[in-house]
Design a protein around this ligand. Structure first.
Ligand SMILES: [Ca+2]
Length: 275
């Protein structure tokens, strides 16, 4: 009995450390017949021109015929991120839309409408390239711009990423001018483009968001699903690949016994891939 207890105790300690020390990676190449159930769709009827909407076909998620200030995106949970926890979201995305400004297609790490950071595809008057934006405690200018890479991003799939380290927000991107429609190797095709200090408010329940959206001053609805109201410029946006890296949730003390029983299956499920 003593031996058994020691073994269980050792296994609990090992499991907790492994879970805390390793990240879970989830990828989606959007090749399935319909959007995977891990995603929540955030949009509103006012975002689309006649015939507009979303679909998944040909290896991408299509946001069809959206107005320039229409919100339409997908989100999924990254779990609870502590102040020292890392997290990263990368996407391979394309815009055919001109002048959608802050609503342009982007990849985001989101806590709430007052605290989020994204890297977006800008194709508008005077701004073409990868631009960062976001809010810190509701201050929307806090993370906006400048461009972290410049060039015409229209019509091609580009790779964009945002990463939280314990101290910084890192922005990653591919080479503007190349097309990455069917790429699945993020790390081989991006470089670190910029890094800024991580705000203290960037902790708690986090979500990955890909697609169009912005949180305006009225702060609702959630998930950047605010319709800016400019019913012009309908065009298409694409999401062709997503990668989310997030730490496994740190077990509550009361669940440590359960973890000992289910620890091995949990560990073997690391690195989920959906299609
Ligand atoms: Ca794809």
């Amino acid at each position: 009995m003593k031996t058994t207890n020691r073994l269980v105790g050792a296994f609990v300690a090992m499991s907790a450390m492994t879970v805390a020390a390793n990240a879970a990676t989830v990828t989606d190449d959007f090749s399935a017949a319909s959007l995977n159930a891990m995603w929540q769709v955030n949009d509103n009827a006012g975002s689309y021109n006649t015939g507009g909407g979303t679909s998944q076909t040909g290896g991408y998620y299509l946001i069809h015929n959206t107005f320039v200030e229409g919100a339409s995106n997908i989100s999924t949970s990254m779990g609870t991120l502590g102040a020292g926890d890392t997290g990263r979201v990368d996407g391979i995305i394309r815009t055919d839309q001109f002048n959608d400004g802050r609503w342009s297609n982007q990849v985001v790490i989101y806590f709430n409408n007052e605290n989020w950071v994204g890297l977006r595809l800008a194709y508008e008057n005077g701004a073409t390239g990868f631009y960062r934006q976001g809010a810190v405690n509701g201050v929307y200018s806090a993370l906006d711009g400048p461009a972290v890479a410049s060039g015409n991003v229209q019509w091609a799939h580009n790779i964009l990423g945002v990463q939280l380290t314990p101290t910084n927000i890192n922005f990653y991107g591919s080479t503007i001018g190349n097309d990455y429609t069917n790429e699945t190797n993020i790390d081989a095709n991006v470089t670190l483009l910029a890094s800024v200090a991580r705000p203290a408010s960037f902790q708690g329940q986090a979500y990955a968001i890909l697609g169009k959206g912005f949180a305006a001053s009225n702060l609702d609805p959630a998930y950047l699903n605010h319709n800016g109201g400019a019913t012009v410029g309908n065009a298409d946006n694409y999401i062709s690949y997503a990668r989310i890296i997030t730490p496994d949730p740190v077990p509550e003390p009361t669940t440590l016994g359960l973890l000992a029983l289910v620890g091995l299956p949990l560990l073997s499920r690391r690195g989920r891939r959906v299609s």
